[in-house]
Write a new protein. Structure first.
Length: 212
């Protein structure tokens, strides 16, 4: 199939996607919002007052979900509990503290920790994906690298008993990454929400930090 025809087919499928249409109607910035909602309804990650960090947050649909669920009914005087980091700019979202930059950079990390102001992190989210080159082996390697960076962040910032949710593409390096998560966390579960397209190789791994 020619590239132009492939692009047109993808665009037609995208525009007809019920989750895309629903996101537009309900004010979410991307269909990915429904992936997080479904996982949260099953695993109860996002609670009022929970401190949540969304890595690679652009365009911000996961932040919208987290802010709505974690900032509702708080008794903490309005302290921001949802933090977002990304290399790309994100349009402001009420109840979300956004920091633009590379979270693996020492200066950006120091600024994030200053904003965190000593509060423990309850949930680390990562729906990151690399810029696609079209070369499968290259794209998969880049994806796993992002997962590894997110895992390192989660290990160093999550409170005991906290949760780490990360998107991983099945392929080379997937099982090695899963085993590393299993080494770092007391339990790792696989989630494939309905909003994730059937043909997509993506799954979500959910790890819980030791409560000790």
């Amino acid at each position: 199939m020619k590239p132009g025809k492939t692009s047109k087919t993808w665009m037609r499928e995208h525009l007809n996607d019920p989750y895309v249409q629903r996101a537009k109607a309900e004010g979410y910035r991307a269909r990915a919002a429904y992936k997080l909602m479904e996982i949260d309804e099953r695993d109860h990650l996002l609670r009022p007052g929970a401190v949540v960090v969304d890595l690679g947050a652009a365009p911000g649909s996961w932040c919208q979900v987290a802010a709505a669920r974690c900032n509702h009914g708080r008794g903490d005087g309005g302290r921001t509990s949802v933090f977002a980091l990304d290399l790309l700019p994100v349009e402001p979202i009420v109840g979300v503290d956004f920091l633009q930059g590379d979270f693996s950079d020492a200066a950006v990390l120091a600024e994030f920790e200053r904003r965190l102001d000593g509060h423990a992190v309850d949930v680390v989210l990562s729906d990151m994906a690399p810029n696609i080159s079209g070369v499968t082996t290259v794209d998969q390697a880049r994806s796993i690298m992002l997962c590894e960076l997110a895992l390192d962040f989660a290990v160093h910032h999550l409170r005991c008993g906290g949760h780490f949710l990360v998107k991983v593409f099945q392929g080379e390096g997937f099982m090695e990454f899963r085993h590393e998560m299993e080494r770092q966390f007391q339990g790792v579960r696989v989630r494939k929400p309905k909003a994730s397209r059937d043909r997509s190789a993506e799954v979500y791994l959910l790890g819980q930090a030791s409560s000790r």
